[in-house]
Design a binder for this molecule. Structure first.
Ligand SMILES: [Zn+2]
Length: 100
């Protein structure tokens, strides 16, 4: 399983943790100040990968400034990230887009 990821030049450590550790029932969470992404470790493979992608998208939205734009337009960030993560995950999984 991936244990670190570089997003816009910042390296985030990915930790797989028990669901009840500061997760408030969530599957994943970004700790921006500590540069850590925590993922519930008991998730099935597909859900875990989708959750990692979801958390990466949260970082991208925030750091790119897109989150502010969406918020100004009253677009729900969680819905936006969910739809984008599910869609991307589906397309990436269904196609060999990373193969030459
Ligand atoms: Zn989220």
């Amino acid at each position: 399983m991936i244990n670190k990821i570089n997003i816009f030049g910042v390296e985030y450590k990915i930790e797989y943790v028990d669901g009840d550790i500061d997760m408030n029932g969530l599957c994943g969470r970004v700790y921006y100040d500590d540069q850590i992404i925590r993922i519930k470790k008991t998730l099935p493979d597909d859900t875990r990968r989708n959750t990692i992608l979801h958390e990466i998208l949260h970082v991208i939205l925030l750091r790119s400034g897109l989150e502010n734009i969406l918020t100004d337009k009253d677009i729900d960030i969680e819905d936006f990230v969910d739809i984008l993560a599910n869609s991307l995950y589906n397309v990436v999984k269904s196609n060999d887009i990373l193969e030459d």
